[in-house]
Design a protein around this ligand. Structure first.
Ligand code: MTE
Ligand code: MO
Length: 439
C-alpha cells in the first residue's frame, strides 16, 4: 500500500511515492550514503530485461528515475467524436490528451488537439447550432454590446494565426511527490490555426473606460452539478493582454467552424498564457475595474507560490500569484517512444515553445544528460506559434537508450530535469524523454 492508504496501481505510482524504494524494490539498486545509487549485477540485468535491451549508458542512469520505456501507461477509452488517438483522463468533465507522437504535425489537426473541460459542454455546441448565440461585452465600457455571430464576422477584420495553447496542468503526472488533479503527461498542448477577430477590436467597439483593469470571461458550459446558478470556470486577463494583436475571438479552427469540444461557435485564444484564459463557448466578456474574481481565478486555482515551497506546504493565498505566461518547453514527436532503431543513427523531430517568449535553442541527449547535441530549430510561423526542430542522433552500440530534449528560451531559461512541487501541480516543464532500442 502507498503511504496515504491508497492501493498502488503500478510502477508509476511506486516511483511517484518513493523513487528510491521503487528503485530498490524493482531493480535492487543499492543506495550509498551520498544518495547516489549504482545499478549493477542483478539490478542492472533486471532493468535491461524490463526495457528489452542492455543499457550502454547505465552508469549515467539517474537514481530514482523510472525508465521511460515503463512510464507509458495504457490509454483510456472513451470514444470522442472526430478525435484520433487521444488518451482520456476524465470523462466528466472531458479531459483528454494527445500522445506525443500524434503531435508531430506542424499545425495540430483538430482531431489531435487536447480537450480540457471544467464543466459540461453546452447543447448549442453539441448541436453545432449558433442561431441563438450572442456575445455580450459589458462592465467598464462606454457602449455595452451584444453581437450575433454574423455581426461579429461582418463588423471586424478577420485574422488567421497559429497559436500554442497549453493547459497549466500539462506535465502534472511527473511531479514527485505527486500533485492532485488531472494527471496530464506531455500532451495538453496544441498549435492549431485559428481564425477570428481581434479581441482589441471588439473591446474598442464597446469603448473601454479608463478604470478598466481586467476582463472576465463567461461561457455557455454548465457546472458539473447542472446547477444553473453555478459557473464552472470564469477567468480573465489584464486589459493589456486582451489588447495584444495576437489575442483573438476565434470562430474557426483549422479552416472549419470551431469544433464542439473546442468552444463552438466562438472562443477566446490568448496565446502563450495558461490555457484556462482562452475561454470556450464564449457568452460574455465582463470588463472589470478590478482583477477578475470569478470561479478558478482565486484561491489556489491557476496560481503558483511566489517562492518555491517544500512539498505539502500550505501556502496562504496572499503568497500565491496568478499564472500568466507559460514556461519554455519541448516535446519529441518522432519517433514514438519505444521505437526500434535499425542502424546506428536516428532522425528525431519535435516542437518547442516558451509562452510569450521565443525558443532560442533545443538540445538532445542520448546518454542521460551527460552530453548534448544541438538540434536545428525553425522560427515560429507567427508570434505565439510553436517552433519545430529536428536532429540526427548517433548511437555507439546496440541497446536501450533514452532521448531527452531540452529547450532554451531567448532569455536563457531552460527546461529543468525536475520541477519543484507546487500545491496544484502547475507548470511542469521538465524535459521530455522517450525510449528507443537500437538493434
Ligand atoms: N468555457 C470554458 N472555457 C474553457 C475551459 C472550460 O472548462 N470552459 N477550460 C479551459 C482550460 S483549463 C483549458 S486548458 C483550455 C483547453 O482548451 P481545449 O479544450 O480547446 O484544448 O480551455 C479553457 N477554456
Ligand atoms: Mo487548463
Amino acid at each position: 500500500m502507498a503511504k496515504d492508504g491508497r492501493k498502488e496501481r503500478g510502477l508509476c505510482e511506486l516511483y511517484a511515492e518513493d523513487p528510491e524504494r521503487a528503485d530498490s524494490v524493482i531493480f535492487g539498486r543499492q543506495y550509498h550514503s551520498d544518495r547516489r545509487g549504482f545499478l549493477k549485477g542483478a539490478g542492472l540485468a533486471t532493468m535491461a530485461a524490463a526495457v528489452g535491451a542492455a543499457i550502454p549508458f547505465h552508469r549515467n542512469f539517474p537514481a530514482g528515475l523510472i525508465p521511460s520505456a515503463l512510464a507509458d501507461e495504457p490509454a483510456g477509452s472513451l470514444l470522442l467524436e472526430g478525435k484520433d488517438g487521444l488518451v482520456v483522463l476524465s470523462d466528466r468533465p472531458i479531459c483528454a490528451e494527445t500522445p506525443a507522437h500524434l503531435l508531430d504535425d506542424d499545425v495540430t489537426p483538430s482531431s489531435r488537439h487536447f480537450i480540457r473541460d471544467n464543466g459540461i459542454m453546452p447543447e448549442m455546441a453539441q448541436k453545432m447550432d449558433a442561431s441563438g448565440w450572442t456575445l455580450t461585452v459589458d462592465g467598464e465600457v462606454e457602449r455595452p454590446l451584444t453581437l450575433t455571430l454574423d455581426e461579429l464576422k461582418r463588423r471586424f477584420k478577420p485574422v488567421k494565426l497559429r497559436l500554442q495553447l497549453e493547459c497549466a496542468g500539462n506535465g502534472r503526472a511527473s511531479f514527485n511527490p505527486p500533485a492532485k488533479g488531472n494527471q496530464w503527461t506531455v500532451g495538453a498542448i496544441g498549435n492549431s490555426e485559428w481564425t477570428g477577430v481581434r479581441y482589441r477590436d471588439v473591446l474598442a467597439a464597446a469603448g473601454v473606460r479608463k478604470g478598466a483593469v481586467y476582463t472576465g470571461h463567461y461561457g455557455h458550459d454548465e457546472h458539473l452539478s447542472r446547477d444553473p446558478t453555478k459557473v464552472p470556470i470564469s477567468r480573465g486577463v489584464p486589459i493589456a493582454k486582451a489588447m495584444e494583436e495576437h489575442s483573438i475571438l476565434a470562430y474557426e479552427m483549422n479552416g472549419e467552424p470551431v469544433p464542439k469540444y473546442h468552444g463552438f461557435p466562438v472562443r477566446i485564444v490568448c496565446a502563450g498564457w495558461a490555457g484556462s484564459v482562452s475561454h470556450k463557448w464564449l457568452k460574455r466578456i465582463w470588463v472589470r475595474n478590478q482583477v477578475h474574481d470569478g470561479p478558478k481565478m482565486t484561491g489556489h486555482s491557476y496560481r503558483m507560490p511566489r517562492n518555491p515551497v517544500a512539498p505539502g506546504t500550505e501556502v496562504p493565498e496572499a503568497n500565491m500569484e496568478i499564472i500568466e505566461g507559460m514556461p519554455v518547453k519541448s516535446v519529441i514527436t518522432s519517433p514514438a517512444t519505444g521505437a526500434a532503431v535499425k542502424g546506428r543513427s536516428l532522425a528525431v523531430r519535435g516542437h518547442a515553445w516558451a509562452g510569450e517568449r521565443v525558443v532560442r535553442e533545443v538540445h538532445l541527449s542520448t546518454d542521460f544528460g551527460a552530453s548534448w547535441v544541438k538540434a536545428r530549430l525553425g522560427r515560429p510561423d507567427n508570434r505565439y506559434a510553436w517552433q519545430t526542430w529536428d536532429a540526427v542522433l548517433a548511437f555507439p552500440t546496440a541497446g536501450y537508450y533514452e532521448i531527452w530534449a531540452r529547450a532554451t528560451d531567448e532569455k536563457g531559461a531552460l527546461q529543468p530535469f525536475q520541477v519543484s512541487w507546487n500545491p496544484e501541480g502547475y507548470l511542469n516543464n521538465a524535459m521530455h524523454r522517450i525510449s528507443v532500442t537500437v538493434a
